[in-house]
Design a protein around this ligand. Structure first.
Ligand SMILES: [Zn+2]
Ligand SMILES: [Zn+2]
Length: 774
């Protein structure tokens, strides 16, 4: 028998291919095809040399491209011929020291089925071991201090593997081959139960997890150290327990998330379609917003007045054990005081959460990077991100245009994320939070440094929001003073660019960008937020239309107390004296004094900036119809959220509005809408109907604006962005109307429409701008 002609090839694989079981996969593949050679991690990914008959090499390559391990993201495979070496076997080689800086760090991954089976198998040596993991699952990003991704660079460094673990770690045929966080009850991290002062409990419980589960069923609030930080847990079926948690956390209305052990439990609470199921069980395990069943017995206090519940499935072995022992789903909300970032350092957690939690279930594997749970929902069978964080970050987002320079984009103020970018990758950070206090700012700074180190980025270019008071802007200015080139980007331009980059649209594509949100600093000093832009990433955007300016009495006070916006509208529409006479609840509650005070602010223009914000218009209408949150909001966007909830569903008729043309474009006069709402209220129409008609009117505003712009020679594709588009009732109607008018519609997919996606838009805009300007 003649041996076929042998060839040798050198293959390079790029993408997320380290720490995801890629080398054992290549090893097994080579064995199967009886090929010889070697595989090792290199600076940018995986390097393979492989030798055998040409046909087999082709199959080998095809398998790598088409059937990589589940967690791998293969971005490019290239090869070149080498001289035949005639080896006897295929081997896995150690990485070469100090060269692996550019490989990508994987996000954290939910516990896999095989690890779960072992976890609940009394015969297994990892039976009920809360830190079991393998190459297919476990912590990654949150434990990584630096690159290369090796145990020594993770927070597992101080745990020395026992001989059995070491055997698994060294065996290419084992599921734990080079699983960096590999551990077992003999050698790995341990859980401990503490009281709220950090002291051990009397009579030291045998099994801290079982004990915790029992206390949770007995109305306790327990702080639980998880993957990216602490959660606060309690029994969601016990109103008293939930009320206690709300009172101690000083969190009045914002919904709490639940964690369930398995899908069946979720189905009992909520409706779960196939797309929701796929999202719930995906390795990222986000919190998924689901429609609550009428029969659901979860206490009303978990998500007051909401028709949805945010539910996630257990994603660490510790969660699986706890939920198994508890027997019911649990409230699992971020372990923080209202405005602070989530607690993640043990020393600080007792101080931060000691007033909230009765007990602490802690462990000795440090969390290096704080990372909140992600939040998403399904809209029209597509994933719609609301908070992109754990499980997604720091996976790169591919973009169409190459970055000429290493770039840092600082994002906005609320729901901040930043990003670093190079080549065709944007690394959008995990959720940092509202940059309003020292703690969050510190975590922003540390985050930026960490991402630069992990992804080997040395920023030359810095993008920031034009708002001079944003802490992220001030941070960018500091870098500018240190010699970097910094470019300010208008808030809504960044939103529209983010939506385009999210959809991987080419830079030169012209679109109409509709950016609706609460607050963005406008180039005329006004507060924008109801913007119709036109242009492309390449040429930049021009403002073609906007909602009419309305006074925002008291500035940020009007954001906190939406009734102030309602009064501003009424005074503008009817005049002070007439407004006072209106038999409306919002006027009565505000009282004559507040109406007159508001009128003075508007009249003398004192701390009353003009705003075109769609968010504030939603607030005004929410206050007119009197949703509970319109007195004083307890979380961002609350009044608008409640207005959406109040709607009876999509309406076919809206309120009247006009488009007024001027030299610069169009102004949408929204006073007809507000007047219509007032008339209907006075006529005793149901709030549910009024809200539905208002949503319809806003959808018609968007369609009308886009039609005018297209009619004047504008583009025929529309990008929808901004926090207001988290309103699904609005989003759906806008999309429908635009599609009926023949527009192509781009909505967000990979990053949130809110400010959590802003940095992506900033980055792609400055990249193109500098390309033009040089
Ligand atoms: Zn596993
Ligand atoms: Zn061990």
């Amino acid at each position: 028998m003649r041996t076929p002609i042998q060839e040798r090839r050198e293959i390079f694989v790029r993408g997320i291919v380290q720490g995801v079981g890629f080398r054992p996969f290549v090893y097994a593949l080579a064995q199967r095809h009886r090929l010889t050679g070697l595989v090792r991690n290199d600076a940018e990914g995986v390097h393979i040399e492989v030798e055998g008959p040409a046909e087999d090499l082709e199959l080998f390559l095809q398998n790598i491209e088409e059937k990589p391990p589940p967690l791998a993201v293969v971005e490019a495979v290239s090869w070149r011929p080498l001289a035949v070496a005639r080896e006897r076997d295929f081997r896995i080689e150690e990485s070469r020291e100090g060269v692996r800086r550019r490989a990508l760090v994987s996000p954290d991954v939910a516990t896999c089925e095989e690890c779960l089976d072992e976890l609940f198998d009394p015969a297994d040596r990892r039976y009920r071991y809360p830190f079991t993991n393998c190459t297919n699952c476990g912590p990654r990003f949150t434990i990584t201090r630096s690159v290369p991704y090796d145990r020594a660079m993770t927070t597992m460094a101080h745990f020395e593997m026992c001989p059995e673990c070491l055997n698994e770690y060294d065996d290419p045929s084992d599921r734990r081959f080079h699983a960096q966080p590999n551990a077992c009850p003999v050698c790995g991290p341990r859980v401990r139960l503490r009281d709220r002062f950090g002291r051990e409990l009397h009579g030291k419980p045998e099994d801290p997890i079982l004990h915790t589960a029992r206390m949770l069923r007995g109305r306790a609030v327990v702080a639980i150290k998880g993957l990216g930080g602490y959660h606060l847990a309690c029994d969601p079926f016990d109103s008293k327990a939930v009320r206690t948690l709300r009172a101690r956390k000083v969190r009045q209305d914002k919904p709490f998330a639940l964690m369930a052990r398995e899908l069946e439990q979720v189905r009992e609470l909520c409706r779960v379609g196939p797309k929701e199921e796929a999202l719930l069980t995906s390795p990222a395990r986000p919190i998924v917003l689901l429609e609550r069943r009428e029969s659901c017995e979860v206490a009303e206090e978990v998500a007051p007045r909401q028709n949805t519940l945010g539910v996630m499935l257990a994603y660490t072995p510790l969660h699986h054990l706890l939920l198994y022992d508890a027997g019911v789903p649990l409230v699992m909300t971020s372990g923080n005081n209202s405005d602070e970032p989530i607690a993640y350092r043990d020393e600080e957690s007792f101080e931060q959460l000691g007033e909230i939690a009765d007990y602490f279930l802690i462990h000795d594997r440090p969390i290096h990077m704080r990372c909140d749970d992600s939040v998403a929902r399904i809209v029209d069978r597509e994933t719609y991100q609301l908070r992109r964080s754990r499980g997604y970050a720091p996976a790169p987002l591919r973009v169409v245009e190459r970055f000429d320079r290493h770039t840092l984009a600082c994002g906005g103020e609320l729901k901040n994320t930043f990003c670093v970018a190079k080549e065709r990758h944007v690394f959008l950070s995990h959720h940092i939070g509202d940059l309003e206090n020292y703690e969050t700012l510190r975590s922003f700074r540390e985050g930026v440094e960490h991402y630069c180190r992990l992804f080997d980025v040395q920023p030359e270019l810095v993008a920031y929001d034009l708002h001079p008071e944003y802490l992220s802007t001030k941070f960018a200015r500091e870098l500018e003073e240190a010699g970097l080139r910094a470019v300010g980007v208008q808030h809504h331009h960044a939103h529209v660019a983010s939506c385009l980059a999210d959809n991987e649209r080419p830079s030169e594509e012209r679109v109409i960008g509709v950016a609706l949100d609460g607050t963005g600093y406008g180039t005329d000093g006004a507060i924008w937020g109801g913007e119709f832009l036109e242009g492309s990433i390449r040429e930049g955007f021009a403002r073609r239309a906007h909602l009419e300016y309305v006074p925002m009495p008291g500035g940020t006070a009007a954001i906190r107390e939406p009734w102030r916006m309602a009064l501003a509208h009424l005074i503008t529409l009817y005049g002070e004296e007439e407004a006072l006479k209106l038999p409306l609840a919002v006027v009565r509650r505000a009282g004559e004094r507040n109406v007159r005070l508001t009128a003075r602010l508007v009249e003398h223009n004192v701390n009353t900036p003009p705003t075109s914000s769609a968010g504030r218009l939603f607030d005004a209408v929410a206050a007119l119809v009197g949703v509970p949150g319109s007195r004083r909001i307890t979380y961002e966007g609350q009044a608008a959220v409640e207005l959406e909830l109040a709607a009876s569903g999509p309406a076919s008729l809206g309120y009247p509005f006009w488009l007024q043309q001027n030299d610069e474009g169009w102004v949408v006069e929204t006073r007809g809408i507000v007047a219509g709402v007032v008339e209907d209220l006075l006529a005793g129409r149901e709030v549910a109907e009024i809200s539905a008609m208002f949503h319809r009117a806003m959808a018609e505003v968007v369609a009308a604006g886009c039609n005018e712009i297209r009619g004047a020679g504008g583009a025929s594709a529309v990008a929808l962005s901004g926090g207001t588009f988290q309103n699904v009732l609005l989003l759906r109607q806008v999309s429908e109307l635009l599609e009926e008018c023949g527009f192509a519609v781009y909505r967000h997919r990979r990053v949130p429409a809110n400010d959590g996606g802003l940095a992506l838009g900033q980055a792609v805009l400055v990249n193109d701008l500098l390309r033009v300007m040089g």
